[in-house]
Design a protein around this ligand. Structure first.
Ligand SMILES: C[S@@+](CC[C@H](N)C(=O)[O-])C[C@H]1O[C@@H](n2cnc3c(N)ncnc32)[C@H](O)[C@@H]1O
Length: 274
């Protein structure tokens, strides 16, 4: 059982092996408290302490999302990789989770994106917010673990599906709870949002590596006929030299309605051997 006075640093360091039972509820409650505090103080921390280095990063170029996913996608341009994968789709709907998405979505070919949204705890790109976007762009300032975020997304979608989901949170992954059921339910939400040909490219927190790698092996073993799927295991959330844990998944015809996830028994088996 944890001490309830645990800090965010301690939450981040909770080893997977200590998860489960009552700890889950404590971890989630504490995460929510720390996240709400960060929502209020984060802008100051970013401006005065450079809490985040990546802020409104572009799709390609230095510090871009491409630099995080380049080994995974094995291309020189993430924009080209995505546009090729989505071909012949144009006028797509795109979402960035964990970011403001302005530079990111401006970097695609003209007309490729019809509308985009980005989910961030708060707008940390105050200058950028004044710059016009080439298409409709909505900023949702909410916690991606809150159901209210998904209500806002669904209202904005007006019945459409999402063709592209990007998430490269870097140090922002510190606020992801080391709690497998919550994380997999978020991934399931994202998958449900995706259109038939939809593509998600996602960075996974390093602290969840044991479960992430088990889940990836399960997908690779059983679903490559219905998903275009690739993953890599890294050992850092923010260091290009060390590398990142991440995956991409694109639905193919016959893809299941729900994202396959590990069963509670499989999760327990992973936790037991840690
Ligand atoms: C290091 S910045 C990365 C921003 C952008 N993805 C990029 O690559 O430039 C981390 C981002 O994650 C967001 N973030 C962290 N925890 C979040 C949460 N629980 N819900 C929504 N956004 C979150 C922050 O608001 C911030 O935009």
């Amino acid at each position: 059982m944890f001490n309830v006075n645990i800090t965010i640093e301690e939450i981040i360091l909770v080893p997977c092996s200590e998860l489960g039972g009552n700890n889950r509820r404590e971890i989630l409650k504490l995460r929510e408290q720390v996240t709400n505090k960060f929502k209020k103080e984060g802008l100051k921390k970013i401006q005065e302490e450079e809490h985040y280095i990546w802020l409104d990063s572009p799709i390609d170029g230095p510090n871009s999302l491409h630099s995080t996913f380049s080994k995974l996608t094995n291309t020189r341009s993430l924009r080209k990789f995505i546009e090729k994968k989505m071909y012949p789709n144009r006028g797509i709907v795109a979402i960035e989770f964990g970011g403001v998405g302005r530079s990111l979505f401006k970097g695609f070919s003209q007309g490729f994106i019809e509308k985009s949204a980005a989910i961030t705890l708060f707008d940390h790109d105050l200058e950028g917010s004044k710059m016009p976007m080439p298409h409709q762009h909505l900023l949702i300032e909410d916690d991606l673990f809150n159901p209210s975020t998904y209500q806002s997304i669904n209202t904005w979608l007006t019945g459409r599906k999402v063709d592209l989901i990007l998430e490269r949170m870097g140090r922002g992954l510190e606020l992801v709870p080391p709690e497998p059921y919550t994380v997999s339910s978020i991934l399931r939400n994202w998958y449900r949002l995706l259109s038939d040909n939809g593509l998600m490219i996602v960075q996974s927190p390093m602290k969840l590596n044991p479960l992430f790698s088990r889940w990836c092996s399960m997908i690779e073993r059983n679903y490559l006929d219905v998903f275009d799927f690739k993953y890599q295991i890294g050992h850092s959330d923010g260091n290009f030299e060390i590398g990142f844990s991440c995956f991409y998944l694109q639905k193919k015809p016959g893809a299941p309605k729900e994202l396959p996830v590990l069963t509670p028994k499989e999760i327990q088996n992973v936790l037991l051997v840690l």
